[in-house]
Design a protein around this ligand. Structure first.
Ligand SMILES: Cc1cc2nc3c(=O)[nH]c(=O)nc-3n(C[C@H](O)[C@H](O)[C@H](O)COP(=O)(O)O)c2cc1C
Length: 199
């Protein structure tokens, strides 16, 4: 069993983050979740999972109950809690997913501007040379966004845009979300059966 960080920022597509948490929990891993204030608000609007105003313990149990994962697989750390374990490199993790990643959070990570727990945790993962994967979501992309992604890609960060393929003929939104989540888990070396592989 390993421990991963999943961060949900304020871009559309919070379902991607939830699907990754679910995939990690089902694979038997521990998941430390953080979300920005805007991420929590969009999570509520897009998925119905409302953790606004909850403390870390209550938010973690709410995420588990929404996803149907086992108890105590998830911990939750608010964006302003810089005392959280994921703020320090001495807290060992197998890597971090930022899904979805807003262009603001992307800019923060690409420039080492650790303005909240989410960006600090990513900064730590980069400095400790642990695997980091981001699922950027914006359209169209400006040269600023692309340069920030290029900067991270050159550091070895996995850039997995929220761009589901259609060749496997997805039937539902869940199929499309799971195809991105499954690819994200694949890249981070996490076994999963979340999507139909091309054969
Ligand atoms: C409903 C809604 C959808 C948004 N979607 C996106 C998006 O897809 N990509 C993006 O970069 N910003 C998006 N934003 C703007 C970000 O939420 C905003 O820049 C915010 O400051 C990001 O903060 P964070 O990165 O700390 O979460 C959206 C905002 C709202 C209210």
């Amino acid at each position: 069993m390993s421990r991963y960080i999943v961060a949900i920022s304020g871009a559309s597509g919070s379902a991607y983050g939830l699907a990754i948490i679910k995939g990690l929990a089902y694979a038997g891993h521990e998941v430390a979740v953080t979300a920005s204030r805007e991420g929590i608000s969009i999570l509520r609007d897009e998925t119905g999972l409302d953790i606004s105003g909850m403390d870390g313990e209550a938010a973690a149990r709410e995420v588990e109950s929404h996803l149907g994962t086992g108890p105590l697989t998830v911990s939750f750390h608010a964006e302003d809690n810089l005392y959280a374990p994921i703020s320090s490199g001495s807290f060992r993790t197998a890597g971090m997913f930022v899904a979805p990643c807003s262009m603001k959070t992307l800019a923060g990570i690409a420039n080492g501007y650790a303005n909240n727990l989410l960006e600090r945790a990513a900064d730590v993962v980069i400095k400790e040379r642990r695997p980091l994967l981001i699922v950027p979501r914006e359209t169209p992309l400006s040269a600023i966004h692309l340069e920030n992604m290029l900067k991270l890609a050159r550091l070895g960060v996995h850039i997995l845009p929220a761009m589901p393929g259609f060749y496997n003929r997805p039937q539902t939104i869940e199929d499309m979300v799971n195809s991105i989540a499954g690819r994200a888990l694949d890249l981070m070396g996490v076994d999963n059966d979340m999507y139909k592989r091309w054969s």
